[in-house]
Design a protein around this ligand. Sequence first.
Ligand code: SAH
Ligand code: SF4
Length: 415
Amino acid sequence: MRYAMKTGPEKTFPGEANGHISRDMRDIKPHRVIPRNDPRVNIVGLSREELTDLLASLGEKPFRAKQLWHWVYHRGETDFSKMTSLGGALRAKLAESCVVDRPEVTREQRSTDGTRKWLLRFPDGNEAETVYIPEDDRGALCVSSQVGCTLTCKFCHTGTQLLVRNLTSAEIVGQFMAARDAYGEWPSPMDETRILSNVVMMGMGEPFYNYDNVAKALKIIMDGEGLALSKRRITLSTSGVVPMIRRCGEELGVKLAISLHAATDEVRNEIMPINKKYPLAELMDACRTYPGLNNARRITFEYVMLKGLNDSEADARALIKLVEGIPCKFNLIPFNPWPGSDYECPPVSHIERFSMLLNDGGYSAPIRMPRGRDILAACGQLRSESERERKSLMKARLAQGIPDEHATTDPSDFP
Ligand code: SAH
Ligand code: SF4
């Protein structure tokens, strides 16, 4: 991503100046959501094996699963009666026992820079945000893996919304399909002509704390006979859940981004509590051995620029030392403010200087142009609505003693 140079003392990032939040309800296509108590099976999110088993249970041969897969993921068809190659009897059986469902779009916002953000509601009423970021010749969909996040990185808006639940594979794939619906991008085009050409697992949540569902969803998205997005066009971003890094490389082979954000354990412990569990030395070891790394396939270290905290020349030098020997590049993310946030973004010229220091050390370090700040769609600004409802759900869970492996909270956090 390129950073557009500006001149003059009032250099700012787009959306920063007026703080205007635009709400645009145009183009929202109402989508019928299957009620929670509907016993029919949602085809979206099933693995190929599960789909084959499902069809076998309806007395059908495996090739029918292949045909159905094509209709659902290549053609984007949701109506069984239009899946002409399946034969009338099977179409009727499917309509009785299955659905092809997407999450419901409950709100859409458009940024002045073309970024679009959808608030999606799932059958149980929970919501998550998905963001489309257009660029000149492509566009990335920023997909959420959880409703909220159990981690509490201090600079992140999502981190203030404690975990409600993991998203299912259907809900993760469903985000991609809902965005494709919005652009009418069916049947799945070849990579070169796609509007939705890339997926970044950088929305709400920590993907490695919902690995099974994320992996299942990404395998569906990568399947060559369906949505067919190449693994080179998928990036998974993690806060640094060390034990999952190798497994992700071996099983999925997607590009890896690490939310680094500090060059020392002291600073990282302060802003990212997960560092106390997986300190920098362990994280760097895991990165060094990420399968398939070479000069053409590098790890991206994301680095949110926080004024006075991690943006000094000494920090830049320490970073260069820290990543020594790892094929990598940096992505400098100007801190995106959100209501109640404690940090400030350094001046643009300061971030440019930091970038140059990393360049001098031999590392590419582009500044990630903030996108969709005016609609709170930029990195770290996502957070779904209905907070009160969410808190009472969480409180109820905790009161029932339902454990949350990763939660760093106790019931007294929920007044
Ligand atoms: N949970 C995952 C992925 C989602 S966050 C992770 O932490 O990697 C996507 C990126 O935005 C991460 O690098 C995250 O650290 C960064 N981010 C979070 N809050 C931010 C903010 N307020 N401004 C800029 N970047 C932020
Ligand atoms: Fe969770 Fe990532 Fe935000 Fe940290 S930066 S709180 S891991 S979403």
